[in-house]
Design a protein around this ligand. Structure first.
Ligand SMILES: Nc1ncnc2c1ncn2[C@@H]1O[C@H](COP(=O)(O)OP(=O)(O)OP(=O)(O)O)[C@@H](O)[C@H]1O
Ligand SMILES: [Mg+2]
Length: 251
C-alpha cells in the first residue's frame, strides 16, 4: 500500500500552549487509521491542521506526496478530502436532504444544479441509512442521526479520503455497531479513512493502525493490539490518567 498522508514535525501552539508537539506519522491509502488519546491530547487539533482549518505553527503535511501545508479548508474538497466535525454543524433550518445537497456542490464531481445535487444527496442518504428522514429538519434530529448526517454531508463531496472526528460519541451500543458497519462500507467503497475515536471497540474492530497522542505528543503507534498492550499507553489511560480516561477504555 502507498502512503496517502504524511505529516512531519507537526506542531501547534495556542498562545504559548503546545496543543500538538512535533508529531510525525503516515497513513496508508485504502486503510482505516485511528487516532486515540485522552481528552485534550491534541487529536482534533491535528485533524484541523491536516484539513486546513489551522495553519501549523511548524511542520509539514503531504497528501499523496504533494506538500499541502498551509492550504485552506475550502481547497480540500477539490483534493478529494472531506471531514466531519466533533461538534456537529448541520444547517438546522434545512431538511436532511438539502443539508446533504448543499455539500454535493463541492468536490471534484460536484453537482451542476440543484436537481443533480438532490440526486446525489438522495443516493448518499440511502447509503448512510438516512433516506427515510430526508424531509426532517436537521435541527429536529437527535445526536445519532446528526452524527450520521455529518458523515452523509462529507460523503456527498465524493471524497477519496475521509476524516471522522468522534462520529460515535453519544451513540448506544446498537447505534455504535451500525456506525462501525457504515464506516466499513464506506472504506470498502474505496475511501481511505482516518478516524478519531474514544470507543475502543470501534477502534479495535476497524483500524489497521492506531496512533496514540498524549499531551500533544505521539506516544505510540501500531496495531490496536500493540498499542493497547503498550506499557506507556496503559499507564496514560489507567495509571496516571484521570478516571474519565479510564472509562473511555472500558467502552
Ligand atoms: N482554538 C483553540 N484555541 C486555544 N486552545 C485550543 C484551541 N483548540 C484546542 N485548544 C487546546 O488544545 C489542546 C488540545 O485540544 P484538542 O481539541 O485537539 O484535543 P482532543 O484530543 O481532540 O480532545 P477531546 O478528546 O476532548 O476532543 C487542549 O488543551 C485545548 O484546550
Ligand atoms: Mg477532539
Amino acid at each position: 500500500m502507498s502512503v496517502i498522508i504524511e505529516v512531519n514535525g507537526l506542531t501547534k501552539s495556542f498562545r504559548g500552549l503546545k496543543a500538538v508537539s512535533d508529531v510525525s506519522f503516515v497513513t496508508e491509502e485504502g486503510a482505516i487509521t485511528g487516532m486515540i488519546g485522552p481528552n485534550g491530547a491534541g487529536k482534533s487539533t491535528t485533524f484541523n491542521m491536516i484539513c486546513g482549518f489551522y495553519p501549523p505553527t511548524s511542520g509539514t503535511i503531504r497528501y499523496r506526496g504533494q506538500d499541502i501545508t498551509g492550504r485552506r479548508a475550502y481547497e480540500f474538497a477539490d483534493m478529494g478530502i472531506a471531514r466531519t466535525f466533533q461538534i456537529m454543524k448541520p444547517l438546522g433550518n434545512l431538511t436532511v436532504l438539502d443539508n446533504v445537497a448543499s455539500s454535493a456542490f463541492f468536490g471534484r464531481h460536484r453537482a451542476k444544479d440543484l436537481r443533480q445535487a438532490r440526486e446525489i444527496a438522495a443516493e448518499t442518504l440511502e447509503f448512510t441509512g438516512l433516506y427515510t428522514k430526508r424531509d426532517v429538519l436537521a435541527r429536529e434530529m437527535g445526536t445519532p442521526d446528526q452524527k450520521r448526517l455529518e458523515m452523509a454531508r462529507a460523503l456527498a463531496t465524493k471524497p477519496d479520503m475521509l476524516f471522522l472526528d468522534e462520529v460515535m460519541a453519544g451513540l448506544n451500543p446498537t447505534e455504535t455497531e451500525d456506525a462501525i458497519a457504515l464506516i466499513r462500507r464506506i472504506n470498502n467503497g474505496g475511501v481511505t479513512i482516518f478516524l478519531i475515536e474514544h470507543i475502543m471497540r470501534a477502534v479495535v474492530s476497524l483500524c489497521e493502525k492506531v496512533i496514540v497522542l498524549h499531551h500533544g505528543e505521539k506516544i505510540a503507534e501500531g496495531t490496536p493490539d500493540q498499542v493497547m498492550n503498550d506499557p506507556i499507553v496503559m499507564e496514560v489511560y489507567l495509571g496516571t490518567g484521570s478516571r474519565e480516561d479510564a472509562a473511555h477504555v472500558e467502552n
